[in-house]
Ligand binder design. Structure first.
Ligand SMILES: NC(=O)c1ccc[n+]([C@@H]2O[C@H](COP(=O)([O-])OP(=O)(O)OC[C@H]3O[C@@H](n4cnc5c(N)ncnc54)[C@H](O)[C@@H]3O)[C@@H](O)[C@H]2O)c1
Length: 283
């Protein structure tokens, strides 16, 4: 899909009130697209909406919980009243969770699977059939993560959802290719967004309040911006990439996974040790 000039097209971005979703929506608007945006954060969404209107495009904004099939279905009805189908679907909404498996409650599982995995399924379920029926191509972007191929013990449930989004995307890509619809799984590394302060921590990670502060500081110092991610997402769409690692660390982990998996396990083990407070480590 040519994304250099998107005049007359419709983009849809979930989780557009903040971070990567917000910047992706704004980048699409700058290139002339009309936007359908949704989020659970009404205030943040209104701010994104105002900025899109400022750039002259049409916008449909909805307070939508992507974990709810009914809510996404109702939003799809609103969107399809304006356009037969969207051209670019970006399933971005997601949440983090710092927890090993032993510290993850069933409530935590239900929340993160609902948003990070079912949210992507709902987006595809309610918007892709209209893209296929319209028969004019388009592109689906699902935001996975470097944690979609790098398994970190302290991100057990998060990794589960992101591995699943990667698999869903690769399979969907094959199915949609005959319809001229591309699918890209985007896998960012450490991106400086509010997700770092919003992600709940469990178990040993929660026992030391400095853990989250250290993580926030690491992401801030790294300072890979969501605006840069947005531009790279569109580059990946232009090239119709199947998997798009974003940031040097995401690329490094991607190549380690393919060519040096044992090294990756060692990195994962070291990371777990570094994150586990002394005294709680099993010798
Ligand atoms: N920031 C990173 O380092 C990083 C790395 C890899 C992948 N990602 C992924 O990128 C995506 C965007 O994350 P971000 O870093 O921009 O975080 P963010 O917290 O800045 O933005 C996430 C947005 O999703 C929204 N959201 C949360 N639950 C929702 C729900 N149930 N329904 C609708 N919207 C909901 C939030 O309100 C927020 O506006 C996520 O899928 C995340 O897992 C982020």
């Amino acid at each position: 899909m040519d994304v250099s000039n998107l005049s007359g097209t419709w983009g849809l971005v979930t989780g557009a009130a903040s971070g990567i979703g917000k910047e992706t929506a704004l980048e699409l608007a700058r290139r002339g697209a009309n936007l359908a945006i949704c989020d659970v954060d009404q205030e943040g969404l209104a701010e994104t909406e105002d900025r899109i209107r400022g750039s002259g495009g049409q916008v449909i904004a909805g307070v939508v919980d992507v974990a709810s099939a009914d809510a996404v279905s109702a939003f799809a009805e609103r969107v399809h009243a304006e356009t037969e189908a969207v051209d670019l679907l970006v399933n971005n909404a997601g949440v983090g969770l710092g927890a090993g498996f032993l510290d993850t409650s069933l409530e935590d599982w239900s929340r993160i699977l609902g948003i990070n995995l079912k949210g992507v399924i709902h987006g595809c379920h309610f918007f892709v059939p209209a893209m296929v029926a319209r028969a004019r191509g388009g592109h689906v972007v699902n935001i996975s993560s470097a944690a979609g191929y790098f398994a970190a013990a302290s991100l057990n449930a998060y990794c589960t959802t992101k591995f699943a989004v990667l698999g869903l995307s690769e399979a969907l890509r094959e199915e949609l290719a005959p319809h001229g619809i591309g699918v890209t799984a985007v896998c960012p590394g450490l991106i400086n967004t509010p997700i770092t302060t919003r992600s709940p921590m469990r178990g040993p990670l929660a026992e030391d309040p400095a853990t989250q502060a250290r993580m926030v500081e690491l992401y801030e110092r790294r300072n890979y911006t969501p605006a840069r991610v947005a531009r790279n997402i569109l580059k990946a769409v232009q090239r119709n990439r199947a998997v798009a690692p974003i940031s040097p660390e995401a690329w490094a982990l991607y190549y380690f996974k393919r060519f040096a998996p044992r090294l990756l396990y060692r990195i994962s083990r070291r990371l777990t040790e570094a994150q586990t407070p002394r005294g709680t480590r099993t010798p």
